[in-house]
Write a protein of this length. Structure first.
Length: 458
């Protein structure tokens, strides 16, 4: 939390630009001696300096050098109420007085489960874990345990965390992605067993006909179809209703499980993005905002499928536990945060997102820069392309675009704005129209400053 001394010591990014040395730079040098690459989250690296946070309050963060910025990253969309949300702090402080984790169940887990299950018709049972990655992993394993099959189908370029099977074709390149009508299964991490790619089918985004044709070749082997309704890494382009319906129809007709990854997109609807769709998945992976800024993940869905976690006469089909899963601190924080993020709050933040995307489009039009903005709800993403991409292959950034993006993110830092390092932004409830105005002002100045990198008119 900010105190009076902290607030008076705060400087602007412009003030800091002319001051040296940097405390963040000194901290990074220390970190490199004990952490591989200097960080435990490589998403903090974008080609520019690593910034270290001192404190945050509402939608503002002050770094180790005393520079205050508007935070449009919000810990990669996790902090729906920004930083140091007072009702959450009070509830967590009270819970800490009674203990932080037990080898016993707590009522806090039941309260958050009840709240979530009341928010979407497809949320019949819920199983808590500690991250979005774990939630996706739990869903894929649950689908296998339920169907008795092993193959997974996922969309090319879509990010679903760090589980081997979910990573396949997360970041293919023109050199290895194969034909668009039959995308190759490309492992992400070096050393991934070949069998992982063999058991993962890759579908082209928003191409219902081709995806169905690919699925038909393996109709009795597919355990799960995994899809994000607004895939961040593909370009934050909404999944088409026809595409999602085709996947729903195929899964139902062929005994497979349809799973939505709403770890990031749950913020876009009272019951997630699926609450505004006519498609109900069998399973949904959740995370980020449901933990009230604490580590969390959850798998929810049809009671019949979720029964794989229940011990029966023949044992448990899917044993899964975690020392800190459903710990009462996270459950308490999540309950308060989601209680505050009611239907009116969702609508207000989504309206603010609409305003931001419209105003940013107008801002970009004032420059001679080939750029655009995509997104939905309270999420948006910048692309250094003249038109909105429609697929991962169109959203793929060549070397010059990646360099421009890194320079743009650095320029936005200098102009007092923090973005997710993919060029994305996630709004928080403390933000308002003035926050959007600041975002647009910084965008205009930053685009002008990096324009020479794009060799426009050369």
């Amino acid at each position: 939390m900010l105190n009076s001394n902290d607030h008076h010591d705060t400087r602007t990014a412009a003030d800091h630009a002319v001051s040296t040395p940097s405390e963040s730079a000194r901290l990074f040098e220390r970190a490199r001696r004990v952490l591989p690459g200097g960080v435990s989250r490589n998403t903090l690296l974008y080609g520019g300096p690593v910034h270290y946070a001192r404190h945050g309050e509402g939608c503002r963060v002050t770094d180790a050098d005393g520079v205050e910025r508007l935070d449009f990253s919000n810990n990669v969309a996790a902090n729906i109420h920004g930083h140091a949300c007072q009702p959450v702090i009070r509830a967590v402080r009270e819970q800490l007085r009674h203990g932080s984790a037990f080898s016993m169940a707590t009522e806090a887990e039941i309260k958050l489960a009840e709240l979530l299950c009341d928010r979407a018709c497809g949320f019949e049972r819920i199983h808590f874990v500690n991250s979005g990655t774990e939630a996706v992993m739990a869903g894929l394993k649950a689908a296998r345990a339920f169907t008795g099959r092993t193959m997974i189908a996922k969309v090319e370029g879509s990010y679903h965390g760090s589980y081997d099977f979910a990573e396949v074709s997360q970041a293919p390149t023109p050199n290895n992605w194969g034909d668009a009508a039959c995308p190759r299964s490309v492992p992400l991490a070096r050393g991934t067993p070949a069998g992982v790619a063999d058991e993962t089918l890759v579908l082209p985004f928003n191409d219902a006909e081709t995806s169905t044709t690919i699925l038909d070749e393996f109709n009795n082997k597919i355990a799960c179809i995994l899809v994000d309704p607004l895939p961040h890494r593909i370009g934050m382009i909404p999944a088409a209703a026809q595409f999602l319906q085709a996947l729903r129809n195929w899964a139902s007709a062929n005994g497979a499980i349809l799973m939505f990854d709403e770890v990031m997109t749950f913020r876009n609807g009272f019951g997630g993005m699926q609450s505004d769709l006519d498609v109900v998945p069998d399973l949904t992976a959740l995370g980020k905002i449901i933990g009230g800024s604490f580590p969390v993940g959850a798998l929810t869905g049809r009671a019949e499928v979720m029964e794989v976690f229940v011990r029966g006469d023949a044992g448990m089909r899917l044993p899964m536990t975690g020392t800190f899963s459903a710990n009462p601190v996270t459950m308490t924080a999540g309950f308060v945060a989601l209680s505050l993020f009611d239907e009116a709050s969702v609508r207000r933040l989504n309206d603010l997102g609409d305003l931001a995307r419209a105003n940013l489009a107008g801002t970009i039009a004032l420059t001679d820069v080939p750029a655009c903005v995509t997104g939905a709800g309270s999420l948006l993403r910048f692309h250094f392309k003249p038109a909105e991409p429609r697929s991962y292959r169109e959203a793929y950034a060549a070397t010059a675009e990646k360099q421009a993006l890194g320079a743009f993110i650095g320029a936005m830092y200098d102009h007092g704005i923090m973005l997710i390092h993919t060029g994305s932004a996630a709004l928080s409830t403390p933000m308002d129209g003035q926050s959007v105005d600041r975002l647009c002002e910084a965008t205009l100045a930053s685009l002008k400053s990096i324009r020479p990198l794009l060799k426009i008119g050369a």
